[in-house]
Ligand binder design. Structure first.
Ligand SMILES: Nc1ncnc2c1ncn2[C@@H]1O[C@H](COP(=O)(O)OP(=O)(O)O)[C@@H](O)[C@H]1O
Ligand SMILES: [Mg+2]
Length: 306
């Protein structure tokens, strides 16, 4: 672990100095398979479509499969993972970004068998971090690599921060609702990902939330997949849907995950299906935590300004 971290820091330093070739970072010898954590980002074009609910409940479903899961609240500005879990952690990402704490130091266990890294609500300055700070920050994620799964709840819309996270992930989950505004905004973010990155193999995945049923969700997904394929030459996988279910808002009001309040509700069953599907399709040789860094270095070659 230390060894890997050291190597990554070295590669990063070389990259900053302009002396390292990106090839160096993609050498397999830099990555110890045992240290792989699968990094999943959850993003949307529009706010309020269900990112935080999906992140937290997906984490619980993975935990039930025996995985060690960390949810990181990277919605810098509207952080609310801890609110959803009724927790007030003493430290949050603010302290990490200010270099007062490490991510490991602010990691807190929840009563639900998952750990969280709390976000820094209302601190919009973070959302405008400089390039170097942002990369330092993402390299901090390295210290979480003893987890099996890291789920990153990002902010809605497009910023360099969000794009960096997406580029660094093994699975980038885009969530939308069937509402035309949400679909348009989701398409907008997919388009930017396609333009900014060599995203053909990025593992972009689509979840349709608040659907009336499988047929409605499928037609939303088909439309988006077709448009992405036709106009952006981008492969988008349909991961599944979640019913519009009153149990979700009830659970939110009680500040507990719906998977806990009502594990048999329609939304819980849907999330379970989504997670089982993801668990079956693990990122292969090209995935894992090491690969996340590779992609990060690769993405830093293209200047990401949005
Ligand atoms: N599947 C669903 N069924 C019913 N209501 C939902 C569902 N998903 C989300 N919601 C509602 O939308 C609100 C916003 O969800 P949230 O996960 O906080 O979105 P985001 O993180 O994208 O801003 C929730 O508080 C809940 O009331
Ligand atoms: Mg949220």
């Amino acid at each position: 672990m230390e060894d890997q971290a050291e190597k990554l820091r070295e590669i990063m330093k070389r990259k900053k100095d302009g002396t390292g070739s990106p090839r160096a970072s993609s050498s397999k010898s830099n990555v110890k398979p045992a240290d792989k954590a699968r990094v999943i980002t959850v993003t949307s074009g529009k706010g309020g479509v269900g990112k935080t609910n999906l992140s937290v409940n997906m984490a619980l479903a993975f935990a039930r499969l025996g995985r060690k899961v960390v949810v990181m609240d990277a919605d810098l500005g509207l952080a609310n993972v801890n609110v959803m879990l009724n927790m007030i952690p003493k430290y949050n990402l603010y302290h990490v970004i200010k270099k007062q704490k490490t991510i490991r130091e602010i990691l807190v266990e929840t009563e639900y068998g998952i750990s969280i890294v709390a976000g820094a609500s209302g601190f919009s300055q973070i959302a405008n971090m400089g390039e170097e700070d942002r990369r330092d920050f993402i390299s901090e994620l390295d210290s979480l690599s003893n987890a099996d799964i890291i789920i990153i709840d990002t902010s809605a819309g497009v910023s360099s921060n969000v794009l960096d996270f997406i580029a660094a992930a093994d699975d980038a989950v885009i969530i939308t609702t069937p509402e035309p505004t949400a679909i348009t905004d989701a398409y907008g973010i997919i388009k930017i990902i396609a333009t900014e990155y060599d995203s053909v193999n990025m593992g972009l995945k689509l979840v349709v939330n608040r659907a009336k049923g499988a047929a409605q969700a499928k037609s939303v997904a088909d439309r988006m997949i077709n448009i992405a394929g036709q106009f952006l030459n981008l492969k988008l996988d349909y991961l599944g849907f979640i019913y519009d279910d009153v149990s979700v808002s009830h659970a939110v009001l009680r500040q507990k995950p719906f998977m806990v309040v009502d594990p048999k509700c329609k939304a819980s069953i849907c999330v379970q299906h989504i997670v089982e599907r993801m668990d079956r399709n693990k990122p292969g040789e090209t995935g894992g935590f090491g690969a996340m860094f590779k992609r990060l270095f690769k993405s830093s070659q293209n200047e990401t300004v949005v």
